[in-house]
Every structure is written in structure tokens, then in C-alpha cells.
Design a binder for this molecule. Structure first.
Ligand code: BMA
Length: 385
């Protein structure tokens, strides 16, 4: 009798443990890097939980400059307008690969960038990094779409060794991002962005889907296994030009190499004349939602905006409606360069004080689902909960 009870007891314990294990695997979100740092794994898991409540609002180069100002300590156009910093900050490594790579392609010194990243992390904000890197086989810039570049940097290609030295430089920067306890700062890394667009050397007119996948897999392997960058959350990012889930995933390199699915899309038409942008974003997000369910990944709009925002209620009438009830982790607006000598136009994507959409931006800020830095800080995103 006693023996039977003991069996029952052990059987119940065994059953409970198995159930808990299976259940936790099903509900938890596993970072693709099994050796990811505790903070990186926690951030990934917490972004998943957070995306059911709302989305982080992001801005490119936010702390470096804005419309009519450059390099003023702690300044931000977003903060000038709504009193809070963005929840996520975008930065770009383009230029780091150059011999005298002290500043990025838009003039941001990497020394400053590192400090901005540390400051934002300390306040509880999130960091994402893209890389408009030069063409390694021609020496031209990211928009030099000379044919055959991707083939030349794959293992065995003529520019492969050079490409590795560029990855070394990126790794040095990524590994120099540390918090106060010397822990690595997690980064949402978005390499080869807008990968379905024809304007960058890694685009579909210059390499096959297979070549692209190998490029991604090599980059991921090199940064993770050789350089030991275990603070990266990988963001797969297309243009806004796909029509089906299959098209969106055509160059997807595999579940073990990606953590988040995203696309970039901008408003071009006039929102007072038609709601094409809102409808299109909703359509794209529905496709990405189903791809994310299939792959068990997070989603985001990694770049968007309406240049110079010449529409007073763009934030609540267009962007907020476009995102609607889709559970994305973040939406990032492009940079506030100010007057652009080259295009002879104002080039900015979030309002500064006095801008026509300022009041509506504050309404957008106050909306329940938009999460800025104070909201992010409350969530303690770098701690496992
Ligand atoms: C583009 C523009 C350019 C910039 C590039 C990389 O969208 O903003 O002025 O150099 O992004 O940041």
C-alpha cells in the first residue's frame, strides 16, 4: 500500500514537471541566439508581452540632432514636443567600415552614438541599429548596385576577407556598448535592411534568394560565433512592396537566424485625398502577422514617416489608424535632418515645436497604445519577469 502511494506521488510529480516544461516552452519566446545575454533574452521576451499592450515609438538619430539644432546635450525634438523621449532609438553604422570611420554617413560621430546609446539604455529605452554600409567590391556607397557584390563577399569570394574586417569593426562597436555593470546593451540589429528593394547592393536585382540567405547566415554566424556578440536581436526587414506571405518570406534565412519580422514603408500620397497609406499598412501588417504566427516571431514597422508632415492630424488620423489593433513591438520614424541641401527640401519625420502636426503628436503620445521612454522604463524591459 505504502509502495503504491509512493508510486502515485512520483507519478504526479513527474506529470506536473513535464506539463510545466511543455507549457513554458509553448508560451515563452526563445531568442535565436541560445547564448544570448540575460538582458537580451529578457528584452526579447518582454517585448513580446508588451506588444499585446502597445507599441514602442521610435525615432532615428533622435539625440544627435533635430530640425535647426545639432549636438545639444539631452535634447530631442520628440522630447521638446511631448516631454518624453522615444521608447526606441534608431542608429546607423554606415561609415564605420571606412578607413577613417569616425562619423557615420549622416555625420554622427560614433563616439557620441555610443554615449547616446548608453544614456538611453540607462533610462530604460531600447536600441535598434541598421547599417547603410558601402559596397565592399566597388568602394561605392550602399546605393551602388553594381552587379555581383553579394557573390564577391560570400565565403570564397574576392571581397570576403575585406567584408570580414568590416564585420570585425561592427562587432567592436556592438561589444563596446555596455551598461554600468559592464553588461552588454541589447540591440535590435537590422542588417541588410529593405532587403526586397532594388536600391541597395544587397537587393534582389543583385543576388538570388539563396545568395542572400547565405549572406545573412554567414553574417549572423560570424557575429555570434566568432565575435561573440550575444547582445543582438535579429530583425528581418523588407521594403513595403510585398503582396503575399510567400513573397515577404522569400529571402527569410531561417528561424534560427531571425527574431523579428518587419518592413519599411513611407507615406507619399496626400492623406487628405485618399487613405491609401492607412489601408496599405493594414494590409502589410496582416501579411506579416500571419508570417509571425507561422515562424513564432515578433513584428515591427522598422521605418516609416511622412516627410515634413504637411498634414496636421497625420499621427492620429493616419499612422495610429494604420497600426490599428495589430500587435507590433515598435514603429520607428526616420530622422529629423532639417533642410536638405541636396533635395532643396525639409527632411524630417517627427514634429519640432511649432510644427503643424505638433498638437496631434501630443494626442498620439497620450494614446494608450503608444509607448515612449517613460512607459518603457516602467516595464523594466531588461529584467526577466
Ligand atoms: C535616407 C535619407 C538620407 C540618409 C540615409 C541614411 O533615408 O535620410 O539623407 O543619408 O537615409 O541614413
Amino acid at each position: 500500500m505504502k509502495k503504491q502511494l509512493l508510486y502515485k506521488f512520483f507519478f504526479t510529480i513527474f506529470f506536473l514537471c513535464t506539463y510545466c516544461l511543455l507549457y513554458s516552452q509553448e508560451t515563452s519566446f526563445i531568442l535565436s541566439d541560445k547564448n544570448g545575454t540575460a538582458e537580451t533574452k529578457a528584452l526579447y521576451q518582454n517585448l513580446k508581452t508588451l506588444s499585446a499592450k502597445g507599441y514602442l515609438f521610435g525615432h532615428q538619430d533622435d539625440l544627435a540632432y533635430g530640425v535647426n539644432w545639432r549636438y545639444e546635450k539631452d535634447r530631442s525634438d520628440v522630447k521638446d514636443v511631448c516631454g518624453d523621449y522615444p521608447g526606441i532609438y534608431g542608429w546607423d553604422l554606415g561609415g564605420l567600415e571606412r578607413n577613417n570611420g569616425e562619423k557615420n554617413l549622416d555625420g554622427v560621430p560614433f563616439k557620441n552614438m555610443r554615449q547616446y546609446i548608453k544614456d538611453a539604455y540607462k533610462r530604460g529605452g531600447v536600441i535598434t541599429i541598421s547599417w547603410h554600409f558601402d559596397n565592399p567590391s566597388t568602394g561605392g556607397n550602399a546605393w551602388d548596385t553594381a552587379h555581383g557584390t553579394v557573390a564577391s563577399i560570400l565565403p570564397g569570394g574576392a571581397s570576403h576577407e575585406l567584408f570580414k574586417t568590416w564585420l570585425d569593426k561592427a562587432a567592436n562597436f556592438i561589444l563596446s556598448l555596455k551598461g554600468e555593470n559592464k553588461e552588454l546593451i541589447p540591440v535590435l540589429f537590422r542588417p541588410f535592411h529593405e532587403l526586397t528593394g532594388t536600391w541597395f547592393w544587397w537587393g534582389p536585382n543583385n543576388c538570388s534568394a539563396e545568395q542572400f540567405k547565405i549572406l545573412w547566415r554567414f553574417t549572423n554566424y560570424y557575429l555570434k560565433e566568432v565575435k561573440k556578440c550575444h547582445n543582438l536581436i535579429y530583425v528581418y526587414n523588407t521594403g513595403g512592396d510585398f503582396k503575399t506571405k510567400e513573397e515577404f518570406l522569400e529571402r527569410y534565412p531561417g528561424d534560427d537566424m531571425v527574431d523579428m519580422l518587419s518592413f519599411d514603408t513611407y507615406q507619399w500620397g496626400d492623406p487628405s485625398k485618399d487613405d491609401g497609406f492607412t489601408k496599405n499598412v493594414d494590409r502589410l501588417l496582416s501579411i506579416v502577422d500571419s508570417a509571425a504566427t507561422e515562424t513564432n516571431k515578433l513584428t515591427a514597422i522598422a521605418e516609416t514617416g511622412y516627410e515634413a508632415i504637411p498634414y496636421a492630424t497625420w499621427w492620429t488620423d493616419v499612422l495610429q489608424k494604420a497600426i490599428g489593433n495589430h500587435n507590433i513591438a515598435y514603429v520607428l520614424l526616420w530622422r529629423n535632418h532639417g533642410y536638405n541641401e541636396w533635395s532643396k527640401k525639409m527632411h524630417y519625420y517627427v514634429p519640432n515645436k511649432g510644427q503643424v502636426s505638433e498638437k496631434d503628436f501630443i494626442k498620439f503620445y497620450e494614446a494608450e497604445k503608444t509607448l515612449f521612454e517613460k512607459d518603457a522604463a516602467k516595464e523594466n524591459l531588461y529584467k526577466a519577469h
